[in-house]
Ligand binder design. Structure first.
Ligand code: GLN
Length: 538
């Protein structure tokens, strides 16, 4: 039977619950166990797909087509386990399930209540499809004490009783601040947060204390005493220089040892930190650098392109380079400034995006990359913009555009009215914005002797999608005659998946999001190749 590890947060959010959970997953895996990670999000959106990246950071997409919290990206990158739709659940999803059942009369006349109906649904979800795992690590979003997280915290309390306390472990992550003025480390916020957790029936078994500086033994003792947790289980996590150090730092603190000890499991083997040590060393020590411009709408918020930033860093690791990201706000990018702003960059990347704002700046930047032979990678919207740029400036279709943001003009990019995947409609033009996109993993066939084929070293690839609009395949011949090749197509040859320029050192556009599949221990070949091209660019 699977053992369940619940991770809650206290004091403030953004303490790195996701990274801690992901690191623990790696450590347990490297000791020979099968681990799955799950995220329970207390907000009322059914999924984060409709949320602005400004609000919630990146929307991470799974192979099976779910739009999920960005923490699932951390989980995949650290554990290597491909996340599923059922690994992220929100209050909105739970309530919509329960309300749908209520409307069908499935509660047989009962009063439908938070306890037991909502909590039962949460518990069903936690347990769903876990019979083959050794450990399920379940992270609860937000912090303890939030009104919204209460049903989740109540559900995990009940769950631990249901399966027996020896099969469930509670980890609480809190902040132990350092006060400069008095030169002191403070344990009180942690004590209060644990008190809050205990008031709703949960006694943490392990406390992870996030701190700017090492926590002296006497403070750990204090936390142990006041929070009723064994001193061995008061674990510190001091800020690391790179996130790749996190598994190393948790191993040093013996987090995995304590977890196994709690469950009375004898470790199968020792953990292997070598891969993380290797990439930490490269990340911290490489002197050589390369500047890559990311031109997008959400550049001000760091988490908005989380997987992309990570994938570029991974590309740097393969090439033994530090990748400096030059973030340029496409809405503020004036055409007259482009040359100057892109003067010191060796690669230009246009990420995914939605809507009209900022498009003209992006198109001009693509022209700059094409004409000046600067390595260019266009992702999803970035590929669509590259198509528009080429159509306008090379094919002389001056009104070339996308129906997404221009109802007039020539729609080289447009909506497909209906999309069929294994008999199911997965894409439509209805007004309901949630789940109407081409989402998740789709196959693409790569053209012989193309650059992309050389990069992937495979004819068939599977990549994740998240978009409504497609490049109109009927223009293929016209583009190809002028030097822009459609080097990757959907297996039915109807959808352009990849474009590349012939007379250019490295100019590639992809309709999918390769960044979701890049992992620090196995960087994505497209990013490794892009960074290599940038390195070779003078
Ligand atoms: N807005 C575009 C579409 O829906 C691109 C989406 C994206 O870049 N993820 O097709």
């Amino acid at each position: 039977m699977a053992r369940y590890i619940f991770v809650t947060g206290g004091v403030v959010s953004s303490l790195g619950k996701g990274l801690s959970s992901a690191s623990l997953a790696y450590l347990l895996q490297s000791r020979g166990y099968k681990v799955r990670l799950r995220k329970l999000d207390p907000y009322l959106n059914v999924d984060p797909g409709t949320m602005s990246p400004f609000q919630h950071g990146e929307v991470f997409v799974t192979d099976d087509g779910a739009e999920t919290d960005l923490d699932l990206g951390h989980y995949e990158r650290f554990s290597g386990v491909t996340a599923k739709k059922t690994d992220n659940i929100t209050t909105g999803k739970i309530y919509s399930d329960v309300l749908r059942k209520e409307r069908k009369g499935e509660y047989l006349g009962k009063t439908v209540q938070v306890i037991p109906h909502i909590t039962d649904r949460i518990k069903e979800f936690i347990k769903f499809d876990t019979s083959k795992e050794d450990f399920i690590i379940c992270e609860i979003g937000g912090i303890v004490g939030d009104i919204e997280s209460l049903p989740f915290v109540e559900a995990i309390r009940q769950f631990s009783n249901d399966i027996g306390k020896k099969n469930a472990l509670f980890i609480h992550l809190t902040l132990v601040p350092y006060l400069k003025a008095s030169d002191e480390i403070k344990t009180k916020p942690t004590q209060h947060s644990v008190k809050e957790l205990r008031s709703i029936g949960i006694q943490p078994d392990i406390i992870i204390c996030r701190s700017e500086r090492p926590i002296p033994l006497e403070h750990r003792k204090k936390i142990s005493l006041f929070c009723n947790v064994d001193i061995k289980n008061v674990i510190e996590t001091v800020d690391v220089k790179t996130i790749y150090e996190a598994p190393i730092s948790f191993a040093r603190e013996k987090l995995d040892v304590q977890v196994l000890d709690y469950f009375k499991i004898k470790s199968k083997k020792s953990n292997n930190l070598n891969p993380w040590k290797k990439i930490t060393k490269i990340t911290l020590n490489t002197k050589k650098q390369v500047n890559i411009a990311i031109i997008g709408k959400y550049v001000e918020l760091k988490d908005a392109y989380k997987s992309l930033d990570e994938a570029l860093t991974h590309g740097g690791i393969t090439n033994n380079l530090k990748v400096n990201l030059v973030r340029i706000d496409s809405e503020k990018l004036k055409v007259s400034e482009i040359r100057n702003k892109l003067k010191n960059v060796s690669g230009i990347l246009i990420p995914g995006g939605f809507g009209k704002r900022g498009t003209e700046g992006k198109i001009e930047a693509i022209k700059h990359a094409r004409v000046n032979k600067i390595p260019f990678l266009g992702i999803c919207y970035g590929m669509q913009m590259a198509i528009i740029e080429f159509a306008r400036n090379k094919l002389k279709i001056k009104k070339a555009t996308s129906s997404e943001f221009d109802k007039g003009g020539v729609h080289i990019i447009g909506l497909m009215n209906e999309w069929e995947k294994s008999g199911k409609k997965v894409k439509g033009t209805d007004k309901n914005l949630g789940g109407t996109m081409r989402l998740g993993s789709y196959d693409a066939i790569l053209k012989d002797k193309s650059k992309i084929r050389d990069i992937y070293k495979s004819r068939l690839i599977k990549e994740r999608h998240r978009h409504r609009y497609e490049v109109d395949i009927s223009y293929k011949e016209k583009f190809e005659k002028n030097g822009l090749v459609f080097s990757g197509l959907s297996p039915d040859n109807k959808l352009p998946e990849i474009i590349e320029l012939k007379n250019h050192p490295w100019f590639i556009g992809v309709q999918f999001h390769p960044e979701f599949k890049s992992r620090p221990l196995s960087p994505h070949p497209l990013f490794s190749s892009f960074i290599k091209a940038a390195k070779n660019h003078k």
